[in-house]
Ligand binder design. Structure first.
Ligand code: FES
Length: 70
């Protein structure tokens, strides 16, 4: 789904950025994708998607660590 129409940013793009670049804050998201820098209507949704993506990335990291030690 589109999160930021002004900059054509999708939730999938945010998830990818979190996984590949380690983005974890709105400031970093703004710097990478411009999210929230034009009309600003996407800010709340972007924050929610970012929080979800960071949580998933941490879970994946923890799970892979558990597999490595098993
Ligand atoms: S929808 Fe994101 S800045 Fe306008």
């Amino acid at each position: 789904m589109y999160v930021c129409l002004c900059h054509n940013v999708t939730d999938a793009r945010i998830h990818q950025l979190v996984r590949t670049e380690g983005v974890s804050t709105m400031r970093e998201l703004r710097e990478h994708l411009g999210v929230g820098t034009q009309c600003g209507k996407c800010a709340k949704c972007a924050k929610d998607v970012l929080r979800e993506a960071v949580s998933e990335a941490r879970c994946e990291g923890a799970c892979s660590g558990m597999l490595a030690t098993a």
